[in-house]
Design a protein around this ligand. Structure first.
Ligand SMILES: Nc1ncnc2c1ncn2[C@@H]1O[C@H](COP(=O)(O)OP(=O)(O)OP(=O)(O)O)[C@@H](O)[C@H]1O
Ligand SMILES: [Mg+2]
Length: 246
């Protein structure tokens, strides 16, 4: 469904993405791992269109999206959550989710048309709140909620745009082990119509959720394989895991 072909990106003389290819079929949980500065977030920025590649192709459902704007890509079903917090903390959870859903609805339409389907927005908001486990805090202002819950809301925001492919950049960063466990469980439970690409540093969590793993190092794919292949790869052990993974 999402196909990345020989993608390249340079910042001046620094090549940050080097011949990166990957295939993300429907329903898969695909993890991107690699040391700090390996080019993981850059890859997401290329996929969403925040950055333009120097070379290569990105194809979503047989459509070449390499040169489309971030907005068009989002409308076609690519959605992301950020490594850093992206919420309106003065608003309630419901307002945050509804806003994301409304913005998505409106993207595809003429702005002068009265907003159709408000009840659909309300239904969608509640459905998403259920999926990401925040139904009991819908009326609370975001700023009153714990960091872990705020990150769950962010996954909800990404879902509110009805994506086909969900890109999650370190959704567990800064979380307690309990909160991380909860968000990972949530990811495994997301609807299977959805493909999820997740950047994650915690290897135990990665091995728990991922069907497939791409290991990046200095912008290159070091290995692309099943969790078992990654776990047993000598080169991954040496380069990334420092031989310390049990
Ligand atoms: N806009 C930019 N201009 C110049 N260099 C950049 C830019 N964005 C990223 N880089 C460089 O590209 C490299 C990859 O950065 P990137 O943020 O993609 O890494 P990452 O794998 O997400 O790291 P982390 O695990 O720390 O989040 C780094 O060396 C970074 O300094
Ligand atoms: Mg990053």
């Amino acid at each position: 469904m999402l196909s990345v072909e020989a993608l390249e990106k340079s910042f001046g003389a620094l090549q940050v993405t080097n011949q990166v290819s990957l295939q993300v079929p429907t329903g898969i949980r695909h993890a991107i791992i690699g040391p700090n500065g390996a080019g993981k977030t850059t890859l997401f920025n290329l996929l969403t269109g925040e950055l333009r590649p120097t070379a290569g192709r990105i194809v979503l459902d047989d459509l070449d999206i390499t040169h489309l704007t971030p907005d068009r890509r989002a409308r076609l079903g690519l959605s992301r959550s950020f490594q850093r917090n992206n919420l309106f903390t003065g608003l309630t959870v419901r307002q945050n989710l509804a806003m994301a859903a409304i913005v998505h609805e409106r993207r595809g339409r003429c702005f002068w048309r009265p907003l159709a389907g408000l009840s659909t927005i309300a239904e969608r908001t509640e459905e998403i709140a259920d999926i990401v486990g925040i139904a009991d805090v819908l009326e609370r202002p975001v700023r009153e909620l714990s960091y872990g819950i705020q990150r769950q809301i962010e996954v909800g925001l990404a879902l509110a745009t009805a994506p086909k492919v969900l890109l999650l950049d370190e959704p567990t960063s800064g979380m307690s082990p309990e909160e991380s466990g909860r968000i990972m469980h949530l990811i495994t439970e997301l609807p299977r119509e959805l493909a999820v690409v997740i950047i994650e540093h915690d290897m135990h969590l990665v091995f728990e959720v991922a069907d497939r793993i791409t290991v990046l190092n200095y912008g290159k794919v070091l290995l692309d394989g099943t969790p078992e292949e990654v776990r047993s790869s000598d080169v991954v052990q040496e380069t990334y895991l420092g031989g310390g993974l049990d």
